[in-house]
Design a protein around this ligand. Structure first.
Ligand code: FAD
Length: 573
């Protein structure tokens, strides 16, 4: 019986090295919840035990139930019949199965029927579900909507919507994009207006909406007539009814089990979430950051599946009198994939834990303020964690989604001609990976989001502390290489600042963000190499390749390679 939790030693490694003791104590209000809820843990070890049990169950459902249906889901896709979307059979069955297993509402509070788990554990579940079927994850991952209602909605909205998400009785959609508002959501036009009774109504069109046929929709709309930018937008929640029409289902390259809808709102009754005019600048940014972490986990799940397919194929396929896994070139490709996979997982779970810290420190500081207790220190920690999460979230989405494309590409290559055929899962995985660096903001937009804190060298103190550490044996040489990457980063940043040219800075941002990513991940792997001998291989190959890449990136920036962008009109004939 395949179990995507217990069969994955690297995922177990990260589970075994979680550093969530403080976060869990905050989530559980110092374990006082145990007196109220029978399923609440009594201490950290008890909480970890619960998380392990739930992840083992999720891993079993992913491996045993969802994965075997994925190929058929891809073939069958969804249908639009009489304005209703009919899910592929395997998607419907999987959603029911996850609901029955009480695996919905993972991060929601217990009083609404949720599991009250940290985001990190939810992200582990997302990784496994995506490995089984990336398209199902799109619907499962839309639980983020419930999280936004929980955070910014009022009590009545929480009571109305959250139990439905937690029980699996409903699904949702995140309704932002319009034909003329994609990366630039400030251009959203869909109109929100108040009717004669003072209730809100929505009118207009949205496109590319994942699970737009869902029961509960979070909609970004223009509530301030005459406004042109993000400050005129508010967030609304509505139940799907006869006023919401699915006008078409997109025919897509991949994730066929995930319905992508064009929606028309015909004076749909809706409720305002939070405060007017804060829709984009606060609530959607928060929603999208949660979803970006989910897409990073989705990308990793797809990459894991692709790696498994490539390894299995390479160990079975014989050419030149031997299995191709024994050919040094193929073995080398597989090792590159494995290193990328493990480095990506290290980044993902480091970021997920920062997101948990941000959320729980912020809630804790707010609780102290409400109780009139001293909160300055807690607020400062919340602020720091917020800044770190704001840098690392776009970074992880960018790095992991690009890596998923690279890993699926190489995994298909290892299959040779067979990989191009529909009979092999790698063909589907390659198509599914392609969207991960497009939705929830393209890679280019993730770089824009990460570039500000990178230019400010937000993690300077973190890197200085890492450089000051004493590494033993082989690891000393690797630590020196990371110091060189740090120098290359600082030189490149100086070159960009010195130039004082906005266009140059925008183009060079990719190289600077990449350099920062190499450093952050390099130090994570160096730490892990101290805990586990096998990880030394991973750290070594990652850091040696990262240094080679870093030299190239720095050369591109300091060597003035991008100056020709201003002549684009002449070059692009
Ligand atoms: C399968 C699928 C599911 C989706 N699901 C949802 C959903 O559930 N809800 C939802 O609201 N939306 C959804 N989307 C929409 C998705 O988020 C957008 O497609 C995405 O944000 C890009 O917007 P766009 O397609 O309009 O591209 P554009 O914004 O037109 O971008 C085109 C190109 O220009 C680049 N570009 C644009 N601006 C900049 C910039 N400032 N700097 C550098 N480069 C830039 C982009 O990187 C891209 O390469 C989905 C899309 C797809 C494909």
């Amino acid at each position: 019986m395949p179990n995507f939790f217990t069969d994955n030693p690297d995922l177990l490694f990260h589970f075994d090295h979680l550093e969530l003791e403080e976060v869990v104590a905050l989530i559980e209000h110092d374990y006082e919840q145990a007196a109220v809820f029978s399923d609440a843990p009594t201490d950290y070890q008890d909480a970890l035990h619960n998380y392990r049990e739930v992840l083992t169950l999720a891993g079993q459902i992913a491996g045993d139930f969802i994965a075997p249906r994925a190929a058929q889901v891809d073939l069958e896709g969804n249908r639009l019949e009489d304005d209703r979307v009919i899910y592929a059979t395997g998607i419907r069955e999987a959603l029911d199965r996850l609901g029955q297993a009480e695996l919905m509402g993972v991060t929601l509070p217990r009083r609404y029927g949720g599991l009250n788990f940290p985001t990190t554990i939810y992200i582990m579940a997302i990784e496994m579900i995506s490995r089984a079927d990336a398209s199902l994850m799109n619907i499962y991952g839309l639980q983020d909507i419930a999280e936004t209602i929980n955070r910014f909605g009022n009590d009545a909205q929480r009571e109305q919507f959250l139990p439905q998400f937690a029980s699996g009785a409903c699904t949702g959609a995140m309704v932002l994009t319009e034909p003329d508002a994609g990366s630039d959501l400030q251009a959203v036009k869909l109109q929100a207006y108040e009717d004669a009774q003072g209730g809100w109504r929505l009118r207009g069109v949205k496109r590319f909406i994942t699970n737009g046929c869902g029961d509960i929709l979070l909609v970004l709309a223009r509530s301030e007539p005459g406004s042109k930018d993000g400050r005129g937008l508010s967030l609304f929640v509505c139940s799907s009814d006869e006023t919401v029409k699915v006008r078409r289902l997109e025919h897509k390259l991949g994730i066929h089990g995930s319905p992508t809808c064009e929606l028309q709102f015909n004076d749909t009754p809706a409720q305002l979430v939070g405060k007017r005019k804060f829709g984009l600048i606060k609530y959607v940014m928060d929603l999208m950051n949660g979803a970006r972490l989910g897409v990073a986990a989705q990308a990793l799940g797809i990459a894991q599946a692709a790696y498994e397919e490539a390894l299995r194929y390479a160990r079975a396929r014989r050419q030149f009198g031997q299995v191709i896994a024994n050919l040094p070139v193929v073995a080398n490709m597989l090792i590159d994939m494995r290193v990328l996979l493990e480095s990506n997982r290290s980044l993902l779970y480091a970021v997920a834990q920062w997101v948990d810290r941000r959320d729980k420190y912020t809630e804790h500081a707010a609780r102290l303020r409400e109780r009139g207790e001293p909160s300055a220190e807690a607020s400062e920690r919340a602020k720091q964690a917020t800044q770190v999460a704001a840098l690392l979230t776009p970074l992880v989405k960018y790095v992991l989604s690009e890596a998923a494309n690279k890993i699926t590409y190489d995994a298909l290559q290892i299959h040779g001609g067979a990989g191009y055929m529909r009979e092999f899962a790698i063909e589907r995985l390659t198509r599914d990976a392609r969207v991960t660096n497009i939705y929830e903001g393209t890679s280019q937009l993730q770089i824009v989001a990460a570039a500000g804190p990178v230019m400010k060298d937000l993690l300077a103190a973190h890197f200085a502390a890492a450089e000051a550490k004493d590494y033993k044996g082989h690891l000393m040489g690797l630590a020196d290489k990371l110091k060189e990457i740090r120098r290359l980063f600082l030189d490149s940043r100086e070159a960009v600042v010195g130039k004082g040219d906005k266009a140059f800075e925008e183009v060079a941002a990719r190289e600077l963000v990449d350099l920062y990513g190499y450093l952050f991940v390099g130090y994570l792997l160096l730490e892990q190499a101290q805990l586990d001998g096998r990880k030394v291989f991973i750290a070594k190959r990652y850091i040696v390749s990262a240094l080679a890449e870093a030299r190239k990136r720095a050369e591109l920036v300091t060597g003035d390679n991008f100056a020709d962008v201003i002549h684009a009109d002449k070059i692009l004939v």
